[in-house]
Design a protein around this ligand. Structure first.
Ligand SMILES: [Zn+2]
Length: 363
């Protein structure tokens, strides 16, 4: 005799049958249809500290994720004052994306209030951006006494497309842990993002000749340019096939600039341009008039042509330095969502590279 189950069991059985049918039903070409739009598949709730991380979550998770970010796009990530409602969002979240260094010192109190073990360090939904990234500017001693806010190394990881690609991998791995039944969606999202990063960074032609992973390895070893100059393809040096952001950045490769804050370490490394000094005497410490005067002298003595500042720093201060020193001011957002049309990672890097290229070309 078949015993009637409880209502819950019945619902479960129907859902399972529906799932099996959806998994097995062939598409028009006979291939199984991906179970994307099943009624059980509610979007995964994700909270990210920064808007840029939220856009990466969306690139990878698409309709399978619902993501909010805590910081505003034009806010200094070191000094965010989160609204209390974010503790509630974190309590309900299934995944949380944070840098994992000391960038967001405002995160621990929020996590304490949220009391959600899934998104605490060690929880399956806790995703750190820095995992797998070779950190730059790591100090010998962890000393915050002088006010330095980069004590574990430079935490502004998203200024470089390949470190950002690693962050995307970390996010995909985290989403896979949270919802392994949808791993195929996240893996496909990551594959699309990876291909776009390669093509935007190196240009289509070089990606087609050498493949993105080979180019990435050469870049991470620091041997890309030497390799492209030394090796030919169909009778001409590979460097002539370079396209994308790295080609556009040729005008400032090897160049020097003054920067406001140590935002740009990873960008400097990838695009071979240097911040030779900073308007802030130390990261997070506002400049004194004496230090500003010293920087203005330095710009003039060394004939530095470009001053680069994130748009969340006081406009009047950087405009004054530019005016007094004669340097061209490049003031750009650090995050998507500040300028109209600059609302994802690709348009953000487009903005950095094209604005810097224009400033160096004119100088
Ligand atoms: Zn910083």
């Amino acid at each position: 005799m078949v015993r009637a189950g409880t209502r819950g069991e019945m619902t479960m059985m129907i859902a399972t049958a529906f799932l099996a049918a959806a998994l097995l039903s062939p598409g028009t070409d006979g291939a199984p249809q991906p179970p994307r739009s099943l009624p059980h598949a509610a979007a995964i709730r994700v909270v990210a500290t920064l808007p840029v991380y939220a856009t990466l979550v969306k690139e990878i998770g698409g309709d399978e994720v619902e993501v909010t970010s805590i910081a505003n796009p034009n806010e200094d990530a070191h000094f965010v004052r989160p609204k209390p409602s974010f503790a509630l969002d974190l309590r309900r979240a299934q995944a949380f994306v944070t840098t994992g260094l000391d960038l967001e010192l405002w995160v621990p109190p929020l996590l304490d209030k949220a009391r959600n073990p899934d998104v605490l360090e060690g929880g399956k939904g806790y995703i750190t951006a820095y995992t797998g990234i070779h950190l730059l500017e790591v100090p010998v001693s962890h000393d915050r006494s002088a006010g330095d806010v980069h004590v574990y190394g430079n935490p502004h990881l998203t200024t470089e497309p390949l470190t950002t690609l690693q962050i995307a991998r970390n996010i995909a791995a985290g989403l896979d842990r949270v919802a392994p039944d949808r791993a195929h969606v996240f893996d496909a999202g990551l594959a699309r993002f990876t291909d776009r990063i390669y093509r935007k960074l190196y240009g289509d032609r070089l990606v087609e000749i050498l493949g993105g992973p080979t180019l990435e390895q050469l870049s991470l070893k620091g041997t890309l340019f030497g390799f492209l100059v030394a090796n030919d393809y169909r009778g001409r040096p590979l460097i002539q096939d370079l396209g994308g952001w790295l080609k556009e950045a040729e005008v400032f490769r090897g160049g020097s600039m003054i920067c406001y804050h140590k935002n740009w370490a990873y960008f400097e490394d990838r695009f071979q341009v240097r911040c030779v000094d900073y308007i802030e005497p130390k990261p997070g410490i506002p400049p004194t008039p004496g230090h500003v005067a010293e920087i203005i002298r330095k710009i003039q003595d060394q004939r530095i042509k470009v001053l680069l500042a994130a748009s969340y720093f006081d406009r009047s201060k950087v405009e004054m330095v530019a005016e007094k020193s004669g340097a061209t001011l490049v003031r750009v957002p650090m995050e998507p969502g500040v300028l109209p049309g600059v609302d994802d990672y690709f348009t953000l890097v487009d903005t950095w590279v094209s604005t810097l290229a224009a400033a160096f070309a004119k100088s």
